[in-house]
Design a protein around this ligand. Sequence first.
Ligand SMILES: Cc1ncc(COP(=O)(O)O)c(C=O)c1O
Length: 405
Amino acid sequence: MQEFKQATGITPKPREEVLKRTGDFSGGLCQRAWVEIDRAALSHNVRQLKKLLTPATQLMAVVKADAYGHGAIVVARTALDAGAGGLCVATLQEGIQLREAGIEAAILLLGATNTPEQVRAIAHWQLQPTLCTPQQALVFSETLSELNQTLPVHLKLDTGMSRLGMPWQEARQFVQLVQQLPGLKIESVYSHLATADSPDPTVMRLQHQRFENAIAQLHEAGIQPPRLHLANSAATLTDPALHYDWVRVGLSLYGLYPAEHLRSTVNLKPVMQVKARVTQVKTIPPGTGVSYGYQFIADREMRLAVIGIGYADGVPRNLSNKMTVLIRGQKMRQIGAITMDQLMLDVSSIPDLQTGEVVTLIGQDGDFQISADDWAESLGTISWEILCGFKHRLPRVTVGEGMKR
Ligand SMILES: Cc1ncc(COP(=O)(O)O)c(C=O)c1O
């Protein structure tokens, strides 16, 4: 510090004085922007969601896509500690990442894996694959026989999503084939719903009926799969008849509701907040153009703040001139085109705003809250996409209760 003073002639402000304005944040004084993950909120959500289930049903935490942008390892550990029975990921690499972090819980791979190399990796890391076709089952069986290993496998039926899965009408033949193949131990039969978040239940009911019909086919052939599962978040919140042995919950784990009409079903707390710091404040005269393309021109003298977050961090450029943020518990409007690393705000209502102060883009500040749903609505998309859109350039900083492991 002494050297800095001599070299620059500047006397740095005492740390306490700086912190008064900027707030400390586990090393965050170095960060221009970050994603805050509230582990206590996540645990709360797991507990609330489990209250909807009977003890016979387990909650499988869907932590694919880096836990919807929240950070897969921290989310997996927190969810398991709070009572989740296992984990679901989309890709082999996502499963390996969790195993490398020392997570020993059951991990279901929701996505397709087809090659002998993938089978070897799945066996090595003790992951549980989804099988959707006889060809795929044969590749798994041959490779596992060579390895002299047996793996738990999950058979997926297509009941109307028209994505992965064997047509539900062929459930019996498919299950019987897999039963005969060496190296494969059927762990569950499952399907996925296409419209569970719609207020119109017609398609969901049809898919449920088809799933029931497929199970009846199996029972008639004397087959009792150890587990059945069908529900995502929306179905978990909608109807206990859809719960079966596992529910695969993603979005609601993170504190969001899959649809407006499901808000009253359970009390959830958002897990993610997105924050950034003010990097410069200045006054601009009337008529001044702001940012690329001058999509905003000041109609009066204005205090303008530059914030250190942009579209390369996951703030969609299409929110330019449409979004609000929170500073000191007040709403501030964003102005001009959002740029790659920075965006600008009209902060005229806080004339003494300082560099380093914290801006909440998604989250709560005082009485106001901005959610991923608000962004999704402005952009004509869904909150799932907003959550997954925050880039790794933003450090994930965890707050809330400690992890046991
Ligand atoms: C097969 C499967 N199950 C469950 C989920 C979880 O869905 P949600 O995030 O709506 O809970 C997903 C997510 O896309 C999925 O693909």
